[in-house]
Structures are given as structure tokens and as C-alpha cells.
Design a protein around this ligand. Structure first.
Ligand code: BES
Ligand code: MN
Ligand code: ZN
Length: 496
């Protein structure tokens, strides 16, 4: 993956300076910007000609490469659509079109004249952050296990002409933020896309150690099964019981804030492969259960971003990593296990394993005296039925926390939708043989899973993100890196 370096700048004359590509955003039926006019003149009217011939009209989704002018080896026109309706959605569409068009060229560096890109419902920093994030996400390629990976994007340097000098400093910060967020997203995608035979609990632990090696403010400790047993984590251990791969509880501690400052704790479900266990899943699409560590990947990705930005916060990342397999040692339906909290759990379905690893991690989280705890999990197929892939399911025991997360989701376009945690649902988890059952019957499956988790949260503020629908796409298959965008934005907002 080639990283793109972004630089904000104010340029008075678009014909000055050299680049392999000058990128001109053009609106539909709107007179040319000053930069476009300058380059049009320098090119002997090539831009006006393309417009006049109708080869390019500025509609959104359109792009057009023209021969170079002045110091630019080529001109890339990118449609922005109707100027009256140019909003955040149109700006995202512009970024997508730009990424595709620039990827189709061999340009290694470019200058984007962004002087007229002002979304109605957003400001310039939002635009630049979103743009840097989109372009960096577009550089992602899966390479680990293919002999001839798709060629990488050539672009490695982008200068953004913000038009006025006042916005250069804020613009640079926004570009840096967008880059750091996308680096975290891409890291989450890389981890999630890895097959289950490579990305094991031990691999996740090793990646967390590596992240700590590369960042002075970050430390990683890994709790092994022996220690888990001493801590009484019978629920987590009941999931790895059937696997040859030992479970790992990975704890990452980022200290960017003051020593006494309460940490934000992120807890990720890290099932590196979910066969369902003895309650075996059907064969169709079972391969996609390599993505059952998407929550863990998002914790690692978010910490990647937080460390890159050096946010002045304390953040703890906890990953409950295990592989869910059937075997002679596997947990069976009807088995009763004792969690670290002391509560006993009747495992009625071994495929409801995410909550079994998370409940012990949530109990463990209390020792950090957290400001808030947010768990992230590909927890239920029912959440996919309820919300599809566009929204992650959000549950919270505090309204303020829920609102802040929803707002961060809107800002980053990595959205969540709040679901109820009403007591009425709790009785679906009653068991005759233990304090709680691990499944809640056919109705409201995402909700009863969240209700199960709520029984193990301490007295801290807690939110749960069910990302079963949002963590990966099925066609074409690939991890999305969600909700790293939401979580990073939430933490950036807290850092002020
Ligand atoms: N990892 C799955 C949830 C899942 C399924 C995510 C499909 C994305 C797509 C989870 O461990 C699981 O198997 N949940 C069960 C719970 C049920 C047994 C109560 C489910 O959703 O079917
Ligand atoms: Mn399962
Ligand atoms: Zn699972």
C-alpha cells in the first residue's frame, strides 16, 4: 500500500508550479473557477472545448482527462453536479469519482484545486478530512495471499489548493486527520480480510504487540488461558475449549492523557473463526465467519489512528480473541459455565459465542475505572435483518454517550442507529438451570444479545455496537473497516 502525502496550500496562479496532474472540480452549468479559467487559457481552450463538445458537462460521477497545460502534465476534470445541491453526499460522490479517475491514470502526484468545494451542510475542514480519508481508503489492496495483487494506486502526493491562506493551517490538520483515520480503517480491513488460518488469536496478539512497539505511548499485555482460569473467566474459556488455538485476552493501553484521567475503553469481539461450535453453522457462506473478529480489528485500527494523531486521551483496547470450533473438548448445548462476574450461564447454543467472550472482557474492563466502555462486535445475524448493512446497531445505558456516538457516526458517515435496551426483553434470557441463558429465543435477537451483555457491565457508562451488517461486504467480498471511522471521530471529538 502506498500512502498518500497530503499538503494544504494556497495557490494564486494555477498555471504556476509543476505536477503530473491538475485536478479541477467542475460544477454542472456553472462558470469556470478562476483556476479552471487559468488552465483553460494555458491549454488553448481545451477545457471549454470539452464542455462545448459535450464530452464533459460537470455532472456528478463524470470525469475526463485532458492533455497537460502549463506545468501540469495532464488535466483531470471531475464533475461536482448541481452547485445548488452540493452537499456532503455530493462531496463524497465527488471523492469517489476522483479516486477512481486518478487511479486510472499513472499520475504520482497531483494538485487539487478545491477552492469552490463548499458543501452546504459542511465546512472546509469536514470536506478535506473526508477527501483525505476517501482517497487513502481507495489505496487499500488485499495482498497477503495472492500471487499477483491488483496494482497499487500510483498517486503518492496530493497538494490541495484551499484558495485562501486562512484555511491552510486548519486544512492541513483536517487532511492529517482524514489520513490517520483512513490508515486505521485500512489496518482494520487488512486484519479482517486475512483468512482464519493466518489471523488466529495468537496473530492478533502479535499485531497488538507490534502496534505497541511502534508507538511509545502504547503498551500491550496479553493474558493467556492459564491466567484467564485464575481470573475465573469460565465463559471466555468455554468458547476456545473446542479449538487447538488458545484464547488470548489482549489489553492495549494508550497513555496520551494525564496520568489520572479516566480511560475510554474499547472492547472488541475477536472470534477469528466462528464455525458455530457444536451448534454448527450451515456450510453456505461460512467462510465469511473469518470476519467474526471485525470488532477486534476495529479496536486495533482505532488505536492505530489514536496513536498516529497522538490524541491527548487515555484509551484502553481490550480484545477477547478465540476460535469457535466443534471437537471432543468443545462446550455442548446445555452446559453451564461460570463467568468472571460469578454469574452462571446456560450455553443453550454454542453459536451465540460472541457474548460469551465479551461478558468476561466487560467484567475485566471495570478495573480500568473507565470513563466509558464501548464494545464492538459482529454479534448477531438478527442485526443484519433489522438494519441491513448501512447502520451499525447501537445500544447504550446512557443517553449522552449514545448521542455522542450517533453524532460521530453522522460526521464520519459511518452511521449507527439506536436500538432499545428495555428491561422487557430481559426475561427472554431466563434459564431454569443457570443465572442467565446465552440465547433469548426467536424475537429481537440483536436486542436480547445486547441485554445479555448488559448483565455484565459494571456501574460504568457503556455502549455496544453490533456491526454484524456493517463490518464487511459480501459482493465483492471485503472488509469495510467499520466502525473505525465512527470510533475515531468520537475520540477526536472528546479530545476537543
Ligand atoms: N458471528 C455470528 C453473528 C453473525 C452471523 C454475524 C451472520 C454476521 C453474519 C454470531 O456468533 C452468531 O452466530 N450469532 C447467532 C446467535 C444465535 C445463535 C442466537 C446468530 O445470529 O444466528
Ligand atoms: Mn456464532
Ligand atoms: Zn460469532
Amino acid at each position: 500500500m502506498t500512502a498518500i502525502t497530503f499538503t494544504a496550500r494556497k495557490m494564486d496562479d494555477a498555471t504556476r508550479g509543476r505536477s503530473q496532474c491538475a485536478i479541477l472540480p467542475l460544477f454542472h452549468r456553472k462558470k469556470l473557477s478562476a483556476e479552471a479559467r487559468q488552465l483553460d487559457q494555458a491549454s488553448g481552450g481545451a477545457i471549454s472545448a470539452a464542455l462545448g463538445l459535450g464530452d464533459f458537462s460537470g455532472k456528478s460521477g463524470e470525469s475526463c482527462v485532458l492533455p497537460g497545460a502549463a506545468g501540469a502534465k495532464r488535466l483531470l476534470l471531475v464533475g461536482c453536479g448541481d452547485p445548488a445541491t452540493f452537499d456532503r453526499a455530493a462531496a463524497r460522490e465527488f471523492a469517489r469519482t476522483l479516486a477512481k479517475a486518478i487511479n486510472a491514470t499513472r499520475a504520482g502526484d497531483a494538485v487539487l484545486h478545491a477552492t469552490e468545494l463548499h458543501p452546504k451542510d459542511g465546512n472546509t475542514p469536514w470536506l478535506l478530512q473526508s477527501l483525505a480519508s476517501h482517497l487513502t481508503c481507495a489505496t487499500y489492496r488485499y495482498t497477503a495471499t495472492v500471487s499477483k495483487p491488483k496494482p497499487a494506486m500510483k498517486l503518492s502526493r496530493l497538494v490541495v489548493n484551499t484558495g485562501d491562506s486562512r484555511s491552510v493551517k486548519a486544512g492541513q490538520k483536517a487532511l492529517d486527520r482524514g489520513l490517520a483515520i483512513a490508515n486505521g480503517i485500512n489496518e482494520a480491513r487488512r486484519l479482517a480480510d486475512l483468512p482464519g488460518n493466518i489471523c488466529t488469536p495468537a496473530y492478533l496478539a502479535q499485531q497488538a504487540r507490534k502496534l505497541a512497539r511502534d508507538n511509545a505511548a502504547l503498551g500491550t499485555t496479553v493474558i493467556e488461558e492459564k491466567k484467564m482460569r485464575e481470573l475465573g473467566m469460565g465463559s471466555l474459556l468455554s468458547v476456545s475449549a473446542g479449538s487447538e488455538e488458545p484464547a488470548k485476552l489482549i489489553v492495549m493501553n494508550y497513555k496520551g492523557g494525564k496520568p489520572g484521567q479516566k480511560p475510554y475503553v474499547l472492547v472488541g469481539k475477536g472470534i477469528t473463526f466462528d464455525t458455530g461450535g457444536i451448534s454448527l453453522k450451515p456450510g453456505a457462506k461460512m467462510d465469511e465467519m473469518k470476519y467474526d473478529m471485525g470488532g477486534a480489528a476495529s479496536v486495533l485500527g482505532t488505536l492505530h489512528t489514536v496513536a498516529e494523531l497522538g490524541l491527548p486521551l487515555n484509551v484502553v483496547g481490550i480484545i477477547a480473541a478465540a476460535e469457535n470450533m466443534p471437537s471432543g473438548r468443545a462446550t455442548k448445548p446445555g452446559d453451564v459455565v461460570t463467568s468472571m462476574s460469578g454469574k452462571t450461564i446456560e450455553v443453550l447454543n454454542t453459536d451465540a459465542e460472541g457474548r460469551l467472550v465479551l461478558c468476561d472482557a466487560l467484567t475485566y474492563a471495570a478495573r480500568f475505572k473507565p470513563q466509558v466502555v464501548i464494545d464492538i462486535a459482529t454479534l448477531t445475524g438478527a442485526c443484519v435483518v433489522a438494519l441491513g448493512s448501512h447502520a451499525s446497531g447501537l445500544y447504550a445505558n446512557q443517553d449522552k454517550l449514545a448521542e455522542q456516538l450517533l453524532a460521530a457516526g453522522v460526521e464520519s458517515h459511518d452511521r449507527a442507529w439506536r436500538m432499545p435496551l428495555w428491561d422487557d426483553y430481559q426475561k427472554q434470557l431466563d434459564s431454569n438451570f443457570a443465572d442467565v441463558a446465552n440465547i433469548g429465543g426467536p424475537g429481537g435477537g440483536s436486542i436480547t444479545a445486547a441485554c445479555f451483555l448488559s448483565r455484565f457491565t459494571g456501574d460504568y457508562h457503556w455502549a455496544h455496537l453490533d456491526i454484524a451488517g456493517s463490518a464487511w461486504d459480501s459482493t465483492p467480498k471485503g472488509a469495510t473497516g467499520r466502525p473505525v471511522g465512527l470510533l475515531s471521530q468520537y475520540l477526536i471529538d472528546r479530545a476537543g
